[in-house]
Design a protein around this ligand. Sequence first.
Ligand SMILES: Nc1nc2c(ncn2[C@@H]2O[C@H](COP(=O)(O)OP(=O)(O)O)[C@@H](O)[C@H]2O)c(=O)[nH]1
Ligand SMILES: [Mg+2]
Ligand SMILES: [Zn+2]
Ligand SMILES: [Zn+2]
Length: 1589
Amino acid sequence: MLYPLSAGRQKALQYIESKLKMQKYRSRKLKLRDVLEITPESVNNWTPQTTEDLPWHFLRKLMALNAMARSTKLEHRALGDQTLIMDKEELGIHEHFFFLSDTDTSDCLNPLDVLCAVLLCSDSFLQQEILSKMSMCQFALPLLLPALDTPKCTLLLWAMRDIVRKWRPHSLAESRGFREESLVLTSMPTISFVRLGSCSFSKSKLLNEVLSPSQQHHNFFIHQDMESGNVPREIADGLVEISWYFPGGRENSDLFPEPIAVTNLRGDIESHWLQFSFLTQVSSAVFIVTESINERQYALLSSLQGSDTKYYFIFNNQAATSKETIGFLKKLAPGLKLNNSHVLQKGRATNQAAYVKTLQSAIAGIMKSSPKRVSIEAMAETAHQLGIQVDEENKKCQRASEYAKEITVHIKDVAKYKREKLRLQGETWKNLAEVEKELCQMRKQGNIPLEKYKSQLKEKLIDLRVQQHEHDLTDGLTTFITGLGLLPPEEKRYFLKWMKFDLDHIARENLSKLRDQYKEKCKNSKDDPQMFAELDKLISASSLGVEHFMRELGQFYEAEHAMVKEGKMAESQRQFIHLPGIAADLMLEGFPMELIDGDVSNIPLQWVTDVLTQLHAKLGGRSRMLVLTVLGVQSTGKSTLLNTMFGLQFAVSSGRCTRGAFMLLIKVSKNFQQELGCDFILVIDTEGLKAPELAKLEDSYQHDNELATLVVGLSDITIVNMAMENATEMKDILQIVVHAFLRMEEIGQKANCQFVHQNVSDVSAHEQNMRDRKHLLEQLNEMTKAAANMEKKGREMTFSDIMDYDLEKHNWYIPALWHGVPPMAPVNVGYSEKVYELKKYLFEFLKGCLQNRSPKNIPQFLEWVRSLWKAVKHENFIFSFRNSLVAEAYNQLSVNYAEWEWGFRKMMHLWVSEKETFIQNQPPDKLDTNVLIRLQNKAQVKLMKESEKILDHLEQYFESGAANLHLIEKYKEDFRRSATGLRNELESYSFSKLEEAIEIRKGQHKTDAVLSVYKRKIEEKVDRLLNHCRKRKCKLNNDEQEREFETMWTETLGELSLIPLLKRNIDEEMALHLRRDLENKGSAVWQMLQDAKSLPTYTTQNFKMKKEYLDLSMFQSLKTFVSAVKERFTQECWHKTEALATSLIDECNSYTEKKANDKADYDETYCRELLRMINEQLQQVNVQDLHISACFEVDLKLLILGDAARAFQKMHEEFITENDPLERLGKLKPQYLSTFKSLYLEKDECQDRAWNFCDQCLRPALVDYVNKRLGTEIVDDILSSEQSADYSTRSFFQFFVLKKLLEENESNSYLQYTRNYVHFIKTQIQKHVLKRYREKASLGDLEKRIFSTIISKLRDVLKNSTGVKTKTVSSFLDNFCDKLQQDLVIPKESLEVILFKNTASADQFSAFIEQFIPELEKQVLSTFENLEIESKLSKLAVKPQDAIFKQVFGCGKQCPFCRVPCDAGAPVHEEHFAKVHRPQGLGRYQWNETSRLVSDICSSSVASNLSFRCAETKGEFYPYKDYRKYFPDWRIQPDSSITASDYWKFVFKEFNHQFAEEFHALPADLPDDWYKITKEQALASLNEAYTLK
Ligand SMILES: Nc1nc2c(ncn2[C@@H]2O[C@H](COP(=O)(O)OP(=O)(O)O)[C@@H](O)[C@H]2O)c(=O)[nH]1
Ligand SMILES: [Mg+2]
Ligand SMILES: [Zn+2]
Ligand SMILES: [Zn+2]
């Protein structure tokens, strides 16, 4: 320590230590950050309990502009009795005062002591903030701080630097002009009040009265009679306070016509001579308050003579002024130039008001005498001479000031300076913003082909960046950057402050000049809108602050970044790479950062991204934040509101003309983070909405709109500041806000909004305004409806649809900011308190929100900024919002859903196959309708359970807290409906499977019955033959046995009255159906049918488009059509019809194939179903637009039924063969023969028969068992394989297919992909399955697995049936089949042969079976092994390729323009969408005039002003923007990144010629830069579009 420990210092130290417990802040000073941090206390009603709470109480209340901040009252818990306190309060304030003064004041502190101590413990920036806020509260400010930490007292100049005051001197009253100036720079007369000796009345109280405007008393100075004002000062003696009077331009009521400063020295001048001397030098007049003057005092006073300062004496009346005093006065009179008017007596009877008046007129008199005017800055000089310290006279502050001056000294004309020295943010940046927007909106495309135009714009963008980059740093900017980069932290902050003060000062001068001009012009010329617009522009150009310098830095950074990205510069050459880190540091210190540059309405995205990313890193990744925004008309106190709420420093001034949005971080204290769920609050202040100065500028409305949408989208809470004085502007704002909210609702972001009605002070406001609130809601509803209409939303909407709005809770009435008339008005206590209440509510609300959403961290916030901004730039907001957070959440859900879906399907497949097995095992007579109903009921129970399981999964998923679920809330319904859809699908699947199984089983009944008659006959004959042969003497040898048997067989067959099954003529039956179907189609059709050949001669393989398929008479009648156009539409219809035919053929053929594999007999419903399928397609609306002729219909039906007729005929014949009793009997012949032979030889046939059972019954049943299950197992295997991701959702599958295509890079594959998408996908899947299982091993494992399950079950059954009462083989087998009736279909007729004359013991039989199992297993597996994979697949009950197709194919709809398939993840969805669209040429679009393929990409087209025409529009042009009129179920997102379609651009340029040939067109004329796209870039764009970072 350099100074000796003076008495004052010691006292101060002790005070701070013992009373305030602030010692730790003596070396590490309190910082603004410490005070602003959000703690639990900042949202609790918190009253100080002990003296150590007092500094915090003061700081918090002061930051909230609370007039009670200076109170040092403690909550007296000691009394413990609540009612007592209440009583006291009710008794009135007097009682209370006595209470305080009478009792011990030891734990009371004098407010001035607290103030001094706090200042002592604060760093110079916090001091500045404290004084600024005190000034708003109209508290007197400390001018000279007593010598507490320094040898002498300190002049607080720096601490007042930030204060700006506005007033209207009487000289400007006429013109209604005003002055606005930095307080410390304003020169004005200063009047000082000091005390000599003791004095019994309060000087401060008197001063308050002198300064208070009439009718309104305000306590500028703390005085005796105020709460705690009487507590003896411990450290604040010697403090000089200063306060001001500023006139408001009201000649009648203003006390003084010009500003005047009043200082007040605490303590006796004798003990504070230094302060007193200072005051005598800077003041125009000094009022000395005293009771008497003694010898010593006289001596002191006489030393004052010689200055031109006027002296006044105020004598108190307590004791009549003594003779001695009067004597001294007389002696002093000549030296101090006293006369009678300089001595003011305050007699006992003097009326207080009159006395104050006297004083005021004395002061007025002084002001008239042209007194000296000194600014506080100038006082520093005097202080210097007297050895008084000045707070800003330290090296750091001075150096920073010089640094700032280096920049600011060159600024004279702001507009000019900005134009010449801040060049990057000028025209170029504006142009950049426009080009970026044009890229999204394509307004000025003209005749240039779309993609070419886009390429041009891209080039222009780069050009502009190059231009920016080529600018050298100006001197000013270089200084600014080094200032930020190289100055030590504290100096840097001084530097920024100095910049602000200097710039504000310059801008104020500029603006005031402009305003004068404006006024002049107003007087002279009536109204020349042109000129006013000019002036408005100039005014808006004349604002200049640190933010403009920061903005410029941002632009340099952006330009450099672009150069590196374009490869025009090496990463290592970057000079600005360190800037984001610096800016991040500033943000950490609470410096507001520009988010949107409102002048050009653009975001420096790279800059903002990198700054915030740096910030995120500096915070160690802990950057969760809640976002709070305020919106409202310009100059309605938005910034003031935020500043009051959080103690911030957003720029406040009615004169500012900036626009845009600034963000500022407030830290949440460690002990509050958990409760609040975030680490920071990000506050966004908006500027310039509906600013009158800006209203006339071009694009103003749109800029406002963009700004509002963006900030609303980013916020968790939006405060809408309502100022009803500006009703029309307010309405506009509300409209903008409603639009913004509507859009947010659309994307799943349900924001909260609080309406703050300012300037409503009545206590009854809330009650009184009930009607107003209702009215507001009506208005909001009205606006919502209108907005919904504008956004083309179909449904009726009200305001509460777009947000949680509570009429009562979300409206706030806040009294006017000022209590009284500015400039002398302090902040209203009510204002501060109401704002505090609002703040408390907001925090409660935010805590409540935690359940629904987790606060975004910086990377997530940035993602929102990026995607919202993209969407805003595409003005068609709703259609363009694509956010990777949303996409990722949706994708995750899709993956999950796909799993649940497959689980459900698999379950039902298994269930159905068990029931089928069961049915096949039933004797036909048992299969009455009851069986079906019973099974259907069971199915329904199962379906219900399973589908509920999916819905449960869905609910659980939405409650699981997975990321960003609230964003996809609206898709939940899609998935719910998908689950129901799936249930229905599986219901009809299982029902029809059951019915079918029963029908098939019943169909076998007739033949079965005949067969059993035959069998009985044969068995009878075998029996007889056996007897007959046994009776013969000689033994028959093997040949003879067989011969005998053969003869018997032939004879018996001859005896049977054979009724072969009737063979039907399926093709004729079908032809008849067809004729009936086409009956009403007219004679031409009839004639065609007459001429038709027999059905089986037709085959779909011969399908070829013919001219007569299209009925183009309509085109002929349209005269306006030039032939090229006609040609084009003919082509379009032609291709669409062809595609229709192909898909129908595919669909029908696969139906036919499926039926033909069912092993059932043909049923006429099959033919009817085919015709229904065709008719359904042909009746669809869009098909009707194709102008298809009847000829097409007839031909198509003939071809399809032709294929079907052949297939069904064959199927029917096979059925007859399979089921012909005679045939079936024939198959049993070998078994009968072997039975006959062993019976004849009396061999022990048990072993043979057991083997026969295994071979004839179990083997086919086991093969069947495996085939029924293998399909689902294969699907499972694929879905859990290493490639499972590719098949997990529709969009992953798309990605997989496209990637594979690119890898192959074969024109043919792409052509097939475009030619027939469904077919292509099916083939792909088929190929994949085949390839995967071509090597037997992997499939063999699956088979073995299935097999081992059934074998072990079989063994169980065998084990459990031995030893039971089953004596005979027959009862054993009955039991055996019964146990396995759900698993194995045992062929009955073979079984019967085995039972024929079977006398073996059951135990023995079963033992043999068990013994044969390994052999059986070997045989079955070897049958599988020897099968080719293709034929294996064809036998499966569930075809894996079909199941997978269902899983990944999606809805199969294709974009109406480019034919890219829909990849929505929910199976049922309201709108189709695709991640990437492609050049429309790939969808066959070509130009009429040139026949060249179109290179435009739909996602660009829908954002452009172009039009399209197609068959659907009947050839009329229609704007792309409104494509949803014709294709309402499609949502085409405008291209969100320039590179998203690179994949298809690449493909198109690679195979331009092949596509052209395929589509009978000429190759497209592609933009040059497409040729530069590499395969790697194509792949990268695919990755970007489909897989998420
Ligand atoms: N009379 C009055 N003036 C206010 C009130 N709120 C703010 N102001 C003043 O209006 C001016 C503009 O305030 P500011 O917060 O910058 O408004 P913003 O443009 O909406 O951010 C400032 O000079 C404020 O002091 C109020 O409730 N009543
Ligand atoms: Mg503002
Ligand atoms: Zn498309
Ligand atoms: Zn779809």
